[in-house]
Write a protein that binds this ligand. Structure first.
Ligand SMILES: [Fe+2]
Ligand SMILES: [Fe+2]
Length: 268
């Protein structure tokens, strides 16, 4: 049980600390030259999460659970601070105090939601109580489907408008994922009666099909951007970042699928 706690804590921190580090970079790139204080703060968070990432890779899975529990607390604090920074930036943008800066409000809100998610995962791990599976299935899907819908919108808006075909594709993904978000919210509102194995299985299967196709689209976009074959203002690292987040969601969906199949069916 302790080994599992250590393994899961390290997995979460390795994935999300790199994500938080990259958010710091994306935010910094979107500030104006004169926003020196904000640039300084973003660089500060970059260094913090780079160090957390380094430490998380230095720990082995046989590390002392008490040490990892302490590490989780430390990372929780860092995630809380970057969350507060992101919300502060959102406030500045929405009150028109950063005219001409290049971060969309939805993007800043989005990265703050990811920080909040990370922080909650750490709190859950340390409290040793995970949500009951049927609730986790719905809540994780509501969270990640919205994340995926946002990604499609960012890609659509950061591609050059002359890339008409790709912009159309991104817009279609945005629409599909908005529909999936609403479906997930409907299923959530029908709780607990909606939490039957057949309904949850169908929900997970259907979402998986859409996430796979979005993941493939992101992979194509990432490769095209890397090879400088399309016109956009998407940073290559951002293209890879959203691809990795789709992969992460697919791992979670696979895990749910596995649990829902139960021990009997998974043997076949
Ligand atoms: Fe992200
Ligand atoms: Fe994201």
């Amino acid at each position: 049980m302790s080994d599992l706690f250590v393994a899961r804590s390290l997995e979460e921190i390795r994935f999300w600390s790199r994500i938080m580090k990259e958010h710091s970079l994306f935010l910094r790139l979107g500030f104006r030259c004169e926003d020196t204080q904000l640039i300084h703060e973003a660089n500060h968070f970059y260094a913090i999460f780079e160090e957390i990432e380094r430490k998380s890779h230095a720990f082995q899975t046989n590390a002392d659970p008490q040490t990892i529990k302490q590490f989780n607390v430390e990372v929780y604090t860092a995630a809380s601070h970057i969350w507060a920074f992101k919300r502060k930036v959102l406030g500045l943008i929405l009150s028109c105090q950063l005219p001409g800066a290049n971060n969309f409000p939805l993007l800043v809100d989005h990265v703050s939601r990811e920080a909040n998610y990370f922080r909650n995962r750490l709190a859950e791990l340390n409290a040793g109580r995970l949500e009951p599976l049927p609730d986790a299935i719905i809540d994780e899907n509501v969270f990640f489907l919205k994340i995926m819908a946002d990604h499609a919108k960012f890609i659509g808006h950061l591609l050059d408008p002359s890339e008409r075909k790709l912009v159309d594709q991104a817009r279609n993904f945005s629409h599909d994922f908005d529909q999936l978000v609403f479906q997930a919210i409907d299923l959530s509102s029908m709780r607990p009666q909606s939490q039957t194995v057949p309904l949850l299985s169908q929900f997970v299967d259907q979402n998986k099909v859409s996430v796979k196709s979005l993941r493939d689209f992101k992979k194509t976009a990432r490769d095209l951007i890397n090879d400088c074959r399309i016109k956009s203002i998407i940073h290559p690292l951002l293209a890879d970042h959203v691809f990795r987040e789709a992969e992460h969601f697919l791992v979670i969906l696979d895990m749910f699928e596995h649990f829902l199949q139960g021990p009997k069916r998974s043997e076949s």
